[in-house]
Design a protein around this ligand. Structure first.
Ligand SMILES: Cc1ncc(COP(=O)(O)O)c(C=O)c1O
Length: 355
């Protein structure tokens, strides 16, 4: 299949003030569009003008949520270099997400190369101010006009781009987290390991209720015993307890984060002990009572590393360290962002430079 190019007549104005980009509301001039049906297989791929989709109101995705997505970024490094961070991992995860939702497989290499073409064409949209980036959102949906519960036979796979602002315009600030002990996000065997849009729909209510209580993030506990730590709304979570870095093991209900994997690798390379294991909220409470809960942080593409100041669990408040940001959290943030923006050497082969 060849990648076509469909030119748009007029280009949009690019944002002038890169300090006011925010997240996810501004989109570039073009998008990547791929189409598949069961008779022709993948039959269309083009870089097209960004625009509305036309779907039947009966389209399967609108009724039964057969949708998966990804989130990655292109970074503007020194000298105008354009860098992507482990993008092949996002392709792999999207393929696994699609398989879990009974969606037809796609050619990950073709998709990734087409994303490279799209980002190159839109390179002038990649902001340069510190901490900014171009967010890349691949989305895959089943679109048959058929109101019956079945896997789709017709699909759209598209990729849109959005210049995004710095996550920490005022510097890294610890967040307070609400430990959710009423709603659950997923259970083992469910879809928690995937980036299915439905996972996020079912987490909105907990997020809203936590917001009303003054928290920006929810920490999910396991869906059966509501005891073991899973992850935060859009981040994996790490604890530093008595010198050891601990993160919940990938046991079939949490998202295998690319940032999570990178942090584990970097921390181990720096000689720190890292365990992936089941860890309960009671153990966290106990560690704090013993004065051993040194650092807590979330990890994800959006925030990179997000220090946690407090965990509020029922009527208990678990204060982390001295409530400020820990040294390991800072080091990991500096190292990962250093690699992503090409400020420090990448010893892992994680960055891909677009030329
Ligand atoms: C539920 C959830 N957990 C964890 C993450 C972190 O994953 P990554 O580091 O690949 O961005 C994300 C964000 O993608 C997420 O949505």
């Amino acid at each position: 299949m060849d990648l076509e190019f469909i030119k748009r007549e007029t280009l949009k104005d690019k944002p002038k003030d890169e300090t006011k980009l925010g997240f996810g509301r501004i989109f570039t001039d073009y998008m990547l569009m791929m189409k598949r049906d069961n008779t022709r297989g993948w039959f269309y791929a083009a870089i097209e003008p960004f625009g509305d989709l036309s779907l039947s109101p009966a389209a399967l995705v609108l009724h039964y949520a057969q949708e998966v997505f990804e989130g990655l970024k292109a970074y503007r490094g020194g000298g105008g270099r354009i860098l992507l961070f482990r993008p092949w991992e996002n392709m792999k995860r999207m393929a696994l997400s699609a398989a879990r939702l009974s969606m037809q497989p796609f050619d990950s290499d073709f998709l990734l190369n087409s994303i490279y073409e799209l980002v190159k064409r839109e390179k002038d949209w990649i902001p340069a101010a510190p901490g900014t980036s171009l967010y890349i959102r691949p989305t895959y949906i089943g679109i048959d006009p058929f109101v019956g519960v079945a896997a789709a036979e017709e699909y759209l796979l598209y990729v849109i781009l959005s210049p995004v602002g710095a996550y920490y315009p005022r510097g890294l600030e610890p967040v307070d987290i609400f430990v959710e002990n009423n709603y659950v996000r997923t259970v083992r065997g469910g879809t928690g390991t995937t980036k299915a849009g439905a996972n996020y729909a079912i987490s909105l209510l907990a997020g809203e209720e936590a917001h009303q209580k003054g928290f920006s993030q929810v920490l999910w506990l396991d869906g059966v015993e509501k005891t073991y730590i899973e992850e935060v709304g859009s981040m994996n979570i790490f604890f530093k307890i008595d010198g050891e870095i601990i993160t919940p093991a990938l046991q079939g209900s949490i998202l295998p984060g690319v940032t999570r994997d990178s942090i584990i690798r970097i921390a181990r390379d720096k000689g720190m002990p890292v365990s992936e294991k089941r860890i309960s909220i009671y153990e966290i409470e106990e560690a704090q009572a013993d004065g051993k809960l040194e650092e807590v942080f979330g990890s994800g593409t959006a925030a990179v590393v997000s220090p946690v100041g407090k965990l509020v669990w029922g009527d208990k408040t678990i204060v982390v360290g001295d409530g400020g940001m820990g040294q390991v959290t800072r080091m990991l943030y500096d190292t990962i962002t250093g690699i992503q923006y090409g400020r420090i050497e990448d010893p892992y082969g994680w960055t891909y430079e677009l030329k």
